[in-house]
Design a protein around this ligand. Structure first.
Ligand code: AMP
Ligand code: MG
Length: 401
């Protein structure tokens, strides 16, 4: 038996480096992982500018009491530049985003002044009010986005605000995906008696894509030794990771381990966890191999625990594990010590606190428990039964980037 943590550490130690980078236009870089820091080539904003529509003045013209009339010497739109400098007694009508003219350091919002023909009457205001300072968003030379960050829409926008239109990002790790088992049928085709439709290849496919991987779907392989050998060798030749489900337990037709022993170096682990015990991990040539269990909840859960961090590391991401929260258990939870248990939970915020309950039956074939749930309840190895009201760790099903 191996613990979840030791398994994760062993796997991450074997996944050496991220896949190589490529240069992409920003329009194709969404959800990719940055391979070099993005630095600001200039200050953003590049000049002091007005935060409101109003009147720019020099602070020497702010009256200390009462009001004062100033001559309006022009009208400055965003995108235009005032050619000369403001002198004492002058104000410039200015639009939001227009650069501050020389000689001005304060802007009156137009709602607080009184315009009288070519003059404007102003009162008290703080020196420097309503001016956005040059460089207040980003300073020239500063690192704006760090290597290993996932590019969300806001990162892309910040990059383009610097005038940059292409970025160095890691290519997407390629994951070859296979289901194994004579009983597994392709959805959309007729099913023979005794067969079940494939669930795992589709939960895993979506999971790989959500993690930024590229799926090479190699379909279903029957429990036939020679065919499995061919398909696994072919898979290893085309991908960074090969992922199978089924065939790693101790049944007569669980051939994955035999065949892998012939093709590469593979360890078979009994992981001290529930659900999901059997797991195969190793290499075929330069390709990392994961053999996940066949039961649908177990295969998805072992993907989350073992494949996802490895895929993130290959993709070049900085953060490999999701955050854990705490919530109050609303029911009794049976728990065996000596293994880590993962229950599917429903997390809700009620009366000022986070509460969690299970989704009902927790069998490792009950995929509807993953559908009903919005989190995992994670109960550590040394923990026993949980009484209602105790705090437990929860891991929300979120984080599609
Ligand atoms: P195995 O590990 O191959 O013995 O499979 C364990 C259980 O998972 C069996 O009940 C299989 O029928 C089921 N199973 C295996 N592969 C899949 C799959 N791709 N989709 C749904 N269930 C599966
Ligand atoms: Mg099988």
């Amino acid at each position: 038996m191996i613990s979840v943590r030791d398994g994760q550490q062993h796997i991450l130690a074997q996944v050496a480096a991220a896949v190589p980078p490529e240069l992409l236009p920003v329009t194709r870089a969404l959800a990719r992982v940055l391979a070099t820091d993005v630095q600001a080539p200039f200050d953003v904003p590049p000049a002091d500018n007005s935060a409101v529509d109003g009147y720019a003045v020099g602070s020497g013209d702010i009256p200390s009491a009462g009001t004062r009339e100033l001559a309006v010497v022009g009208d400055l739109a965003a995108g235009a530049v005032f050619g000369s400098a403001l002198r004492g007694g002058q104000a410039l009508r200015i639009m939001t985003g227009a650069p501050m003219p020389a000689g001005a350091d304060t802007v009156y919002p137009q709602e607080v002044v009184e315009r009288v023909g070519e003059r404007v009457r102003v009162g008290q205001i703080a020196k420097g009010a309503n001016v956005r300072a040059r460089g207040e968003d980003v300073e020239a030379g500063g690192i704006v986005i760090e290597t290993g960050s996932v590019l969300r829409p806001q990162e892309i926008g910040l990059i383009t605000s610097l005038g940059i239109w292409q970025v160095e990002v890691h290519r997407r790790p390629r994951v070859a995906l296979l289901s194994t088992g004579d009983e597994v049928a392709e959805p959309g085709t007729p099913r023979r008696p005794g067969q079940i439709y494939d669930a795992n290849r589709f939960t895993l496919r979506g999971s790989i894509e959500q993690c930024g991987g590229e799926v090479l779907d190699l379909g279903i392989v029957p429990d036939v030794r020679e065919e499995l050998r061919l398909r696994l060798r072919e898979a290893a030749g085309m991908a960074d990771i090969v992922l199978t489900s089924g065939g790693v337990s101790v049944g007569v037709y669980d051939l994955v381990k035999d065949v892998l022993g012939e093709l590469g170096t593979v360890d078979f682990w009994q992981v001290a966890m529930q659900p999901g015990r059997p797991l195969a991990f190793g290499r075929i040539g330069a390709t990392t191999f994961f053999g996940l269990p066949g039961n649908p909840v177990a295969s998805l859960l072992t993907f989350m625990l073992f494949v996802r961090p490895a895929l993130y590391k290959l993709a070049g991401r900085r953060r490999l594990f999701p955050p854990t929260w705490q919530a109050r258990a609303m029911e009794r939870l049976g728990k065996k010590t000596g293994r880590r248990e993962f229950k599917r939970g429903i997390l809700a915020f009620r009366d000022g606190a986070w509460e969690v309950r299970t989704t009902g039956p927790q069998g490792s074939g009950i995929l509807s428990s993953m559908v009903a749930g919005n989190c995992l309840i994670v109960l550590d190895e040394d923990r026993g039964d949980v009484a209602p009201g105790e705090l437990v760790d929860v891991e929300p099903f979120t984080d599609p980037l």
